[in-house]
Design a protein around this ligand. Structure first.
Ligand code: BES
Ligand code: MN
Ligand code: ZN
Length: 515
């Protein structure tokens, strides 16, 4: 990962040198602290010339006037302070990190007219800075500047793309965030940083190429969570064969790299409390198998473990912030490859549930992995709910584009809670329909079901398939094919892999399943 900026919190004070970030509200209004800066005397003129009115998302970069001890002042507009929501503070941090790219050390003065900036908000700014500064550059032997490249860190290189401009720009290595109660901000940041680290872990896993990260290597990353107090078991093919996981193992059988099922448990709640469970699709590379994908764009299938990455990142976040909840995370790790032993169209496999599946397309493999992972989870843990995440279908992008993930659920309360958490974190979900008309589309002549539906409603028939493995347990399926990777960059992500799902599900747990 790129150099991680050091973040600290301090009382208001005027730095004697370097770069200072000040905030301005609507109409260019400053708070008391900002207005007391000597340089602020020149702002009325500067704002006018720069046509800066303090609108949210706008900013002015001011070279400090002669006589000033400072180098630069960045004034960032926030609009109406009262209208700022939780996610706006992250965005603010992100845009600050982007603006001050050239500085080594930056003082961020969180001060606004008529209101004091609280600890949670200050922590939000700090995590926005961290998330924006993330870059997947571990394989670059010469470092470029992430933002200068136009931002798709980690994306598989496209042949047609112009070479990245080399840059010697220094990214800030240190941010000192000034606010009313720095001690409280530091405490709030402990939790916010745990979450940001979970997001960045998920991004790292998705960005990592498949030659470096197969099922075995991924399982080792999950196992590493032990050091945060997570209990981690890793099942091998042998154990999965004993359990009868024919659906998952059928996908893995064309790859020499084996299969793993990692079971992570964080027990921060009351001993008797049933756990909540998150299950992730972890196809470390999806060639499509014998129903092979076309060459163009296939490199993106290194990210077909985005669901498993989100679950792993979430477990990291919950454990690192010591969430008061009992949580199970299960990830099914396989590579969907082709060799002489690979699964064929027409094959019939028996899942752990006993239900048989006719494989009509070996590229519809994610649902096969999840079928056994969901069944295992339900049998062993009898969880309060199961939420699975998967880069499951290209069809979800056709339906929803890339700014909402698809939400499928058998439970209105759970779906409602997820939708709300999505709005709060801006990891947005859109509920899709399910029902018997769709379910019958996966009935098969030769087995209990087939692994594809017809031409239409591909994301829905995939969800119906999963539902056949959850019984009556409250369940939701998030199809994150459009949001986990290759989604548009944002104020807080310039990375090809977004880490989608970690902030969303951490929020769900925090709001409804802790304490
Ligand atoms: N991993 C893909 C889905 C995907 C596509 C994720 C593009 C991210 C970007 C999945 O395994 C798949 O191949 N799905 C098929 C299903 C079809 C064969 C029924 C698809 O979407 O085409
Ligand atoms: Mn596939
Ligand atoms: Zn896939």
């Amino acid at each position: 990962m790129a150099t991680r900026p050091a973040i600290s919190f301090a009382k208001y004070s005027s730095p004697k040198k370097g770069v200072v970030v000040l905030l301005a509200a609507d109409e260019g209004k400053l708070g008391k602290v900002a207005a007391a800066y000597d340089e602020a005397k020149t702002f009325a003129r500067v704002f006018k010339i720069a046509d800066f009115s303090g609108k949210a998302g706008s900013s002015v970069d001011i070279v400090a006037p002669q006589g000033s001890a400072l180098d630069r002042l960045f004034v960032v507009g926030v609009g109406k302070p009262a209208a700022l929501k939780e996610y706006d503070w992250l965005k603010l941090g992100g845009s600050i990190a982007a603006q001050v790219r050239k500085a080594a050390e930056v003082a961020v003065v969180l001060d606004l007219p008529g209101t004091s900036v609280g600890a949670t908000e200050a922590a939000g700014v700090a995590s926005g800075i961290l998330l924006r500064a993330y870059a997947f550059d571990k394989y670059k032997t010469k470092k470029d500047d992430a933002d200068a490249k136009g931002g798709d860190e980690g994306a598989p290189a496209k042949a047609a793309k112009a070479p990245a401009a080399k840059s010697t720009e220094r990214k800030p290595s240190k941010f000192v965030i000034q606010c009313a109660d720095p001690a409280a901000a530091k405490r709030a940041f402990a939790a916010a940083e745990a979450i940001a680290d979970g997001v960045m872990l998920a991004r790292d896993l998705v960005n990592e190429p498949a030659n470096k990260l197969g099922p075995v290597e991924f399982a080792a990353v999950a196992k590493d969570l032990t050091k945060l107090g997570v209990t981690v078991e890793v099942l091998t093919e042998k154990e999965m064969t004993k359990l009868g996981m024919g659906a998952l193992l059928g996908v893995a059988q064309g790859s020499p790299r084996g299969a793993r099922l990692a079971v992570m448990q964080w027990n921060g709640g009351k001993a008797k409390d049933k756990p909540v469970a998150f299950i992730g699709k972890g196809v470390t590379f999806d060639t499509g198998g014998n129903s092979m994908k076309p060459a163009s764009g296939m490199e993106e299938m290194k990210g077909d473990m985005g669901g498993a990455a989100a679950v792993t990142g979430l477990m990291h976040a919950l454990a690192a912030r010591k969430a008061k909840a009992n949580v199970v995370g299960i990830i099914g790790l396989v590579e969907n490859a082709v060799d002489g032993n690979a699964q064929r169209p027409g094959d019939i496999v028996t899942s752990m549930s006993g239900q048989t599946i006719e494989i009509l397309n070996t590229d519809a493999e994610g649902r096969l992995v999840l079928a056994d992972a969901l069944w295992y989870c339900n049998q062993r843990f009898e969880p309060k709910f199961m939420i699975n995440l998967a880069t499951l279908t290209g069809a979800i992008m056709v339906a929803l584009g890339q700014s909402h993930a698809g939400l499928f659920s058998n439970n209105d309360e759970l779906a409602g809670r997820l939708t709300e958490a999505g709005l709060a974190t801006q990891e947005k979900l859109w509920r899709m329909p399910m029902g018997p008309e769709y379910d019958k589309l996966i009935d098969s002549k030769n087995a209990d079901m087939k692994n594809i539906g017809g031409r239409y409603g591909g994301s829905i028939t995939a969800a119906q398939f999963l539902q056949r493995f959850v019984k009556d347990t409250p369940w939701a399926h998030l199809d994150i094919a459009g949001t986990a990777m290759g989604s548009p960059s944002s104020e807080i992500s310039q990375s090809w892999a977004s880490g989608f799902g970690v902030r969303l599900l951490d929020r769900l747990v925090k709001d409804h399943y802790e304490g």
